[in-house]
Design a protein around this ligand. Structure first.
Ligand code: PMP
Length: 387
């Protein structure tokens, strides 16, 4: 029913929504910025500049509210990856600090912490794919009083298993130990708000918005412990020949001219989702994912988890890359390979995994076509294996 909103949804069964979601006409819209107020922000003392600044700041307010934060708590970035790099740098971490992170995470939530110069401990998942809360508690008990800062960083919805982590329980547990919490919300921001969380990262392109824009939300009280990530114009209070000082708040992390149109379109994406209803989207996708899981099993695949918000990642008897490529040749879009979480995927299958992921614009016909094509692909690979 919603496919007609998405101009790129043509002649394909698009089940690669965990990689990126399509963008509806309503969000693409007319590019008001270039049409009506094409000027730089926060520096141009004329009407166009004022309009551009107002539109950019209105976008900040709406997107922050969508995420459960205030406008003065949202920094615009390029994407989730940049948000986590920004955070891990701005915190100025050292071996006096420790980050606890599931070893199963997307590379974007692993490598920035490894690069940050802090200690790291890896968290395990239980059999259901959830963070093992007992292990987390034991770890927090053991680390008590040893480190200056303890940070727990995890994806609320995993990009491999699609499992929804019990983030409220994790938050309550970790807060009792005075730890800081970062949620990688790349896969989950469409469905959840995060008031109460210290740091949240997400990307526009996974929320029916444009590429090249994302956000890092930071609780106001934490700004004072952060150092700038990139320096240059737009973040300066005063520059003398040998010294300089920075302005405070999110603007301190937005050096240079930002992605103004991206912010405006991302605001539209948030408004579009609010209109559809975040809970409705979540419930619909969950029930379609159940059907997708059955389709995978019927076609001879093995889903890696029983749970999954909108993602079914599975093994077959064949190489994941071959399965995904052959499905692609039949106009069924899925991902195959290491899925940007190589340690986790390799621990399940050295040949990689196939990931199919739904959005609210998918329907039962998509699932039926996927099942049929997956059966054909597996038959073809079986034949070439036995030749
Ligand atoms: N974290 C998770 C859970 C993701 O699914 C992704 C993208 N697949 C990222 C981080 C990185 O997002 P981006 O490529 O937009 O920076």
């Amino acid at each position: 029913m919603y496919k007609s909103y998405f101009p790129a949804y043509r002649d394909i069964v698009y089940l690669d929504n965990a990689a990126t979601t399509m963008t509806p006409v309503e969000v693409i819209g007319e590019n008001n910025y270039y049409l009506y107020f094409n000027a730089n922000i926060h520096r141009s003392p004329h009407e166009l500049g004022q309009k551009a600044s107002n539109a950019y700041e209105e976008a900040r307010t709406v997107i922050a509210e969508f995420a459960g934060f205030k406008a003065n708590e949202l920094i615009f970035t390029r994407n989730t990856t940049e948000s986590i790099n920004l955070l891990s740098n701005a915190l100025d971490l050292s071996t006096k600090d420790i980050v606890l992170v599931p070893w199963t995470e997307h590379h974007a939530n692993l490598l920035p912490w490894r690069h940050a110069g802090c200690d790291i401990e890896y968290l395990d998942l239980d059999d259901e794919g959830e963070i093992d809360l007992m292990q987390l508690k034991r770890t927090l008990d053991r680390l008590r009083g040893i480190y200056h800062r303890t940070i727990i960083s995890f994806a609320h919805i995993g990009n491999i298993n699609g499992v929804v982590q019990p983030y409220k329980k994790i938050l309550t547990l970790t807060k009792a130990y005075g730890a800081l919490v970062h949620v990688d919300a790349a896969q989950s921001i469409v469905k959840f708000k995060y008031s109460g969380v210290d740091f949240v990262s997400f990307s526009g392109h996974k929320l029916y918005g444009p590429t090249g824009i994302g956000a890092l939300c930071i609780k106001e009280k934490h700004f004072k412990q952060l150092k700038p990530y990139q320096v240059g114009g737009g973040i300066i209070a005063e520059v003398k020949k040998h010294t300089h000082s920075f302005i405070e708040g999110p603007a301190m992390f937005e050096a240079g001219t930002p992605n103004i149109t991206g912010a405006i379109q991302l605001q539209r994406a948030c408004e579009f989702i609010e209109k559809l209803g975040r809970k409705t989207i979540f419930e619909y996708e969950k029930s379609l994912t159940n059907k997708l899981k059955h389709a995978v099993i019927t076609a001879g695949g093995y889903p890696i988890t029983a749970k999954g918000a909108n993602i079914v990642t599975f093994k077959t008897e064949y190489h994941a890359g071959d399965v995904a490529t052959l499905l692609g040749g039949k106009n069924v879009a899925v991902r195959g390979g290491m899925l940007c979480a190589e340690p986790y995927v390799r621990s399940i299958d050295e040949n990689g995994l196939v990931r199919a992921s739904v959005s609210f614009y998918n329907d039962e016909l998509d699932i039926a076509t996927f099942e049929k094509r997956l059966i054909e692909v597996c038959q073809r690979l079986k034949k070439s294996k036995t030749k």
